[in-house]
Structures are given as structure tokens and as C-alpha cells.
Design a protein around this ligand. Sequence first.
Ligand code: DQA
Length: 161
Amino acid sequence: MSRVLLLSGPNLGLLGQRQPEIYGDETLADHVRAATEAGRRLGLEVDHFQSDDEARLLAAVHDARGNAAALVVNAGALTHTSWSLHDALAAFDGVVVELHLSNPAAREPFRHTSVVAPVANGSIAGFGGLGYELAIEAVARLLDVGGPAGGRGTSRPEEER
Ligand code: DQA
């Protein structure tokens, strides 16, 4: 069974308490459960790692090399700043889906830049908790698992691999 690593960046451990008007009432554990169940339905094993520490997130991306077929990354505010994360993701030879609960493009200007987007197959943003299921479904299609609808997604651009 293909393995997917769901990565959660800084402050996402506070979901449920943190600005619920933006991020909703559900906890990170709720989202992980939804992603795990979606994975089970689609034949994907979903593991999760959350850290507020950039170095630990980078180590998780490095460890995923050869161990996971896909990464689903909600990097929190590191999305907008971390070229180290960008480079680590560029060195990951698999599917990368960028994920956000909110729609950063509709928020403050500093959120309009994503350093994750250029090294991702695609991005899912603005759908709240539903995004976790959509991200796993996108992975299943890109990996061509989980049924006849598989394999319609696009690949990352060659120059970014
Ligand atoms: C977020 C959006 C980021 O801009 C923010 O820093 C977060 C959460 C989201 O899921 O909407 O921490 O990634």
C-alpha cells in the first residue's frame, strides 16, 4: 500500500482554539482522522507529523525520501517564508500537494506568496477541513490508485524536480 505523509507546520496544533472564525472549530486530530479515513477508502496509508520547528519538518521531508509516495503539506506560515522547506520538497521524488484550510490568496498580502507552490503538483486551499479529504483524493489520482478515476492529475514541472 502506498504511503502518504501528511505534514503540519507551526501553530496547526492549536486548531480548534486558534482563530476559529478563520480555521474552523475542528482540531488537527479531526483533520488527521478525516485524511486517514479517506486514505483507507482509497488504498493509501496516511501518516502524520506536526511540528512548530522548521528543522524537524525538514528532517521529516528528508526521511520521506524513498519511504513515502506522496507528501501533503500544510506548512502554516512557513509556506510564505521557508526556502529551506522549498528546497527539501524539491528533493522529494514523489507527489506533493500543498494544503491550506483558509484561502491565503484572499488574506493579507504576506500570505499571497507560497514557496511551497512551485514545488508542488498542486494546491488545495480555502475549503476548510474538507481540504484534507480532497488532498488525499488528489494524491490517489496522481498515484493512480483507488479506482478507475485515477491518474488524471498533472506532474510537477521537470525543472522543479
Ligand atoms: C494556513 C494559512 C497560513 O497562511 C497560516 O500561516 C497558517 C494556516 C491554512 O491552513 O490556512 O498557519 O496554512
